[in-house]
Design a protein around this ligand. Sequence first.
Ligand code: IPE
Ligand code: IPE
Ligand code: MG
Length: 228
Amino acid sequence: MHVGIIMDGNGRWAVERRLPRAFGHKRGASKVTEIVTACPDLGIKTLTLYAFSTENWNRAAHEVASLMKLFRGYMQSKFLQLVQNNVKVIFLGDSSPIKKVIVDQMRKLEEATEKNDGLTLNIALNYGGRDEILRAVQKFGMDASTGKANPKDLTVESFEKYLDTKGQKNPDLIIRTAGQQRLSNFLLWQIAYSELYFTKTTWPDFSVEELSQILMEFDQCGRTFGGN
Ligand code: IPE
Ligand code: IPE
Ligand code: MG
């Protein structure tokens, strides 16, 4: 099973407690560890987490900086745990605007966990669904111009090879925390037939129990993919 999560509500969690937003993000990061650890027991084979969108650069500079610091800290402190727990980490998104020290760590983590075959953990960092599709079209265009690909032969399957999620199954279920019922540019191509679940719980307050409850509800929904 492939589950995607739009981890929203860190800011509101903090503001409700009269804390700086950065505290909410910190809490959110520890929630990531809790959920990632629970995935194998819940039957989740792939988890895709929306960590930072292509639009999130529009936030105050200090908030962007604290998020970047948090990503670095997460990768450093969880490196061994992820390697040893058989987690395969893949980053989705355009890494080109991200600082080199962070990108180096991302690549190191991907390489160190490349051969792991337990949970696949996709971390969407500077990710936007539209941006991903545009980058895929650009790559396809390059292949077409050098004769490596023929526009006439383009199919859903051959196009998917150009996406950041190449070789992976599409998500079965997308969960968004903190009440908003929108996708905010998450996995636009891949979610064509995904089930969507919105919970009012903020991400720092989300729990393994709630996730397992959602999965039980998901089990009962019939998916027909346009058939009957
Ligand atoms: C989600 O929490 C974390 C990121 C977008 C990085 P928010 O920071 O969006 O929290 P709210 O939506 O303001 O409560
Ligand atoms: C979506 O949350 C992005 C992430 C969770 C990383 P946002 O808080 O950025 O989305 P909007 O602004 O509510 O659409
Ligand atoms: Mg938000």
